[in-house]
Design a protein around this ligand. Structure first.
Ligand SMILES: [Zn+2]
Length: 115
């Protein structure tokens, strides 16, 4: 299962605190565990940031995940924008996530209907 690229040493920066003291856990193929999601953890603030999450067809239907939609990590109270949805198997989808950091998103352009 070698695909030729090996650009995984690139350092992640924690979106929540800006620290580069992070540790990437890659999905599946390389890790010691059978990890289905890909994420990195931050040693400075302890937060976990998802890059990819794996979902089944059933999950997709229940969660109504779609590109440009929102993915919520209820355990950690963090939110992500789904940048891409990719089907990778008969019963598996990958959601590509981009963290939504509260402070830099005032959400002011959401008010389309002034009363
Ligand atoms: Zn952090």
């Amino acid at each position: 299962m070698s695909e030729g690229h090996n650009s995984t040493s690139e350092q992640r920066v924690c979106p929540w605190c800006g620290s580069a003291n992070t540790r990437l856990v890659q999905r599946g193929f390389t890790g010691p565990t059978d990890e289905r999601d890909q994420y990195f953890t931050c040693a400075s603030c302890g937060q976990l940031t998802y890059e990819l999450v794996s979902r089944t067809v059933r999950d997709m239907r229940l969660g109504q995940y779609r590109a440009r939609g929102t993915y919520r990590d209820s355990v950690r109270q963090t939110k992500y924008q789904i940048t891409r949805v990719l089907k990778v198997g008969n019963n598996e989808y990958l959601l590509y996530l981009k963290p939504i950091v509260r402070d830099q998103a005032p959400a002011a352009n959401h008010r389309a209907n002034p009363t």
